[in-house]
Design a protein around this ligand. Structure first.
Ligand SMILES: NC(=O)c1ccc[n+]([C@@H]2O[C@H](COP(=O)([O-])OP(=O)(O)OC[C@H]3O[C@@H](n4cnc5c(N)ncnc54)[C@H](O)[C@@H]3O)[C@@H](O)[C@H]2O)c1
Length: 331
């Protein structure tokens, strides 16, 4: 049984708390949050204890921590946790600063402790099937990957201000998806972005709509389209064109009933947002972590993967500012 301390009881911390508590091989031992009320409510819901982060890290009965705190705390908490001998699953991104993330890698390597990064989309059954079919050679050589990733509505501007910007906060999932499917970081990135959904996002120095092109050394291309707003819900599609065909993962709809009438055809909307769309992915992600720690299975999403995605996000941020292609300095 894996005894777990959860750091962070916010939106995603609540999802992870349910998953940890429900897994037959893990126990949600304790929860810490600088917001005591948030930690308390979540602890009561799952029969866990409220502790400070220091107390969780000092407790030798706790084997692992899941870091679901705000992004600007991730590297510090990863380092503190591995120094305390814990295995770590940390939410994305590793940090807002690539340099800081690389320094964190040094501490993790020295500790020898396993660290996994929460790129949950890899565990979505549809995307995993697409990747497996591609790797089985079903469409030949992958040449052009297209990722559509639109949120239903933008987060509050207070969140945007500390998020590190669209590319580090939101597109980072798509960068990881692209590196995972195409096999590593690209050679260069071009990007352009606008704030056309909410002028307040522009005033905060960020963009809410963007198009990114990733280019590999051998000419393979990835196109990513992002928006913080889609009136019909969470739009998450992946399409891979290969030398012998195409693999496409469409949206998962709220239900499968389709209405046909004289006016036309009507289907359900895509599942509303990440909590619904990736519910199965979060469970599979946690299961992979448990199996890695308890059974010695490989860590499926490494700290190196997290740094790679951040390197692409940094390059995209600079490309959008300069208007030219930027070379990616990989992990
Ligand atoms: N993988 C995903 O699908 C996904 C989805 C949402 C968020 N995230 C990531 O998860 C992280 C949290 O996002 P969220 O939406 O849950 O944010 P949130 O603001 O809802 O929750 C963050 C929580 O962390 C707490 N906190 C902040 N600093 C802390 C510290 N030093 N010690 C203990 N608690 C601390 C806050 O009080 C808050 O309750 C972010 O890094 C975000 O990028 C990932």
């Amino acid at each position: 049984m894996l005894k777990v301390g959860l750091l962070g009881a916010g939106r995603i911390g609540q999802v992870h708390a349910r998953t940890i508590a429900a897994h037959p091989r893990s126990e949600l031992h304790s929860i810490s949050d600088i917001n005591g009320e948030a930690a308390g409510t979540l602890a009561v819901a799952h029969g866990a204890e409220v502790r400070s982060t220091d107390e969780i890290l000092a407790d030798s009965a706790i084997d692992a921590v899941l870091i679901a705190t705000s992004t600007d705390t991730h590297s510090d908490l990863i380092e503190a946790a591995v120094r305390a001998g814990k295995a770590v699953l940390c939410e994305k991104p590793v940090d807002l600063s690539l340099e800081r993330a690389r320094a964190c890698r040094g501490v993790v390597q020295e500790s020898g402790k396993p660290v996994m990064i929460g790129f949950n989309r890899r565990f979505d059954p549809n995307f995993a099937k697409l990747k497996a079919a591609f790797e089985a050679g079903e469409i030949g050589k992958g040449e052009l990957l297209s990722i559509t990733s639109f949120d239903p509505a933008p987060p509050p501007v207070s969140y945007i201000k500390v998020s590190g910007g669209l590319f580090r906060d939101m597109t980072i999932h798509d960068f990881d998806m692209a590196c995972w499917i195409m096999g590593g970081a690209p050679e260069s990135v071009s990007a352009t972005g606008s704030s056309i959904v909410d002028p307040a996002i522009g005033e905060a120095g960020d963009v809410d709509t963007a198009v990114i092109v990733m280019r590999y050394a051998d000419g393979r291309l990835v196109v990513i389209k992002n928006s913080r707003r889609a009136a019909y819900g969470y739009d998450q599609r992946v399409e891979l064109l290969g030398s012998e065909g195409l693999l496409s993962a469409r949206n998962v709809l709220e239900h499968t009933v389709e209405k046909l009438s004289a006016e036309g055809a009507l289907t359900a909307k895509p599942e509303h947002f990440f909590l619904e769309r990736y519910a199965r992915a979060y469970v599979a992600e946690w299961n992979a972590f448990v199996e890695a720690i308890l059974d010695g299975a490989p860590i499926p999403v490494s700290l190196e993967d997290g740094i790679n995605a951040l390197a692409v996000a940094d390059a995209a941020t600079r490309a959008a500012q300069s208007g030219g292609a930027v070379v990616v300095q990989g992990a």
